[in-house]
Structures are given as structure tokens and as C-alpha cells.
Design a protein around this ligand. Sequence first.
Ligand code: GTP
Ligand code: MG
Length: 206
Amino acid sequence: MNIGQQYPVTSATFISASPGINHCPPPNIPEYAFIGRSNVGKSSLINMLLQRKNLARTSGTPGKTRLINHFLVNEKWYIADLPGYGYAKVSKKERAAWQNMIQKYLLERTNLLNTFILVDIRISPQTNDLEMLRWLGKAELPFAIAFTKTDKLKRQQLAKAIQNYASLLEQEWEELPLSFVTSSNTAAGRDEIFEFIEEQNRGFAS
Ligand code: GTP
Ligand code: MG
């Protein structure tokens, strides 16, 4: 099998963990953000893309990532691993603070070329994911959906789940958002995501 092996990552380094946009590294190179519910697999997907085992910290305990973590890839662009939302054990006040921090980052980060919003394909569509998608759309921010943990479903179940999600989105969106079918275990979606990123990077350069 030769799944998701096309794009070489010659270097991948952790740069910083920022409590907000003002602490992020200078916005002089392209950046891609990864957001989604707690435990959806953001850090795992980043490790899979970068072919590094535990560069982004993963955990079975939701709410692991609390800060905006920047990773420099091939000395040319950033990945930002954002804290997850929807974690039940967080107070209302904390949740509001998270939302403010993330929204400010998404709205004001000038080098942010795309936000990948991760959706666990095994569970029914979640209100907070749909709200986040709506918010991104309203703010006219470019985004793509990355379905995660797709290795956990059989091929037919997976096709059905993706179809369900698409039908739901069709009720709200004129055009279906770009989406990727990914798995951190099998590297599914890696080539497609890198192809997309490379194309965006070329746009940033010109
Ligand atoms: P927070 O930082 O807490 O918001 O979580 P996260 O979104 O970064 O999730 P993380 O990558 O830490 O993964 C959460 C759990 O899901 C871990 O136990 C992972 O091993 C598991 N997981 C993540 N991606 C996949 C996948 O593609 N397939 C399978 N089978 N498990 C996965
Ligand atoms: Mg994480």
C-alpha cells in the first residue's frame, strides 16, 4: 500500500504555544489552522500529516490542547493546532473565553490561508460543529472539513455517514464545502490535504 506517502516533510518543529493571537509568531508565511471538538483527533491528524509520532501532543483525555500551538513545516509554512471545543467539563466562563480567543485569532490572523474543521465521522452531526461551520461561512473565512477516524467504520458505513453529512450541509449551503476523508491510523487523506496546501502556498507566494 502506498497511501498518503507522497509529500516529504523534511523538517517539522514546534515553535510556540500561544494564549492568544498577540503571542503568535510573525504572520509572514502561510498558515493552516486545525479546529474541532475536543478529542476529534486534531493533534493526531497533525502528527500523521507531519509523519512525526508525538510532535503535537495527543491524549485520551479531552481538553489536552489549551493554547494555540504553532508548528513550522519544511521551513516554509505553519500549522496551528487549536484547543478543542465542546468539552463538557469546562465552565461557561472558560468556554466563552475560548470562543473569544479563537474567533479573534481566526478573524485577525492575516496569514491564515485555510481552517480545517475536523468532524468525527462516527458520531451524528453535532450542534457545535454546525455552529462553527456557520460562523466561518458568515465571516467569509475559507475552510474545509476533514472527517476524522474514518478507519473505524467499514467502507459502506463510511460512505453512508459522509452522504448523511453532505445531505445535512446541502440544506444550508449553496455549495458543499470542500472536504477530506482522513485517518491518522492509515494516513488516508494525507496526499489530498498536502496537494491542497501546496496549491494554497503557491497562491500566497504570488
Ligand atoms: P484535544 O487536544 O483534547 O482537543 O483533542 P484532539 O482533537 O487533539 O484529539 P487527539 O489527537 O488527542 O486524539 C484523541 C483520541 O482519538 C486519541 O486517543 C487518538 O488516538 C484517537 N484518534 C485520533 N485520530 C484517530 C484516527 O484517525 N483513528 C483512530 N482510530 N483513532 C484516532
Ligand atoms: Mg489536541
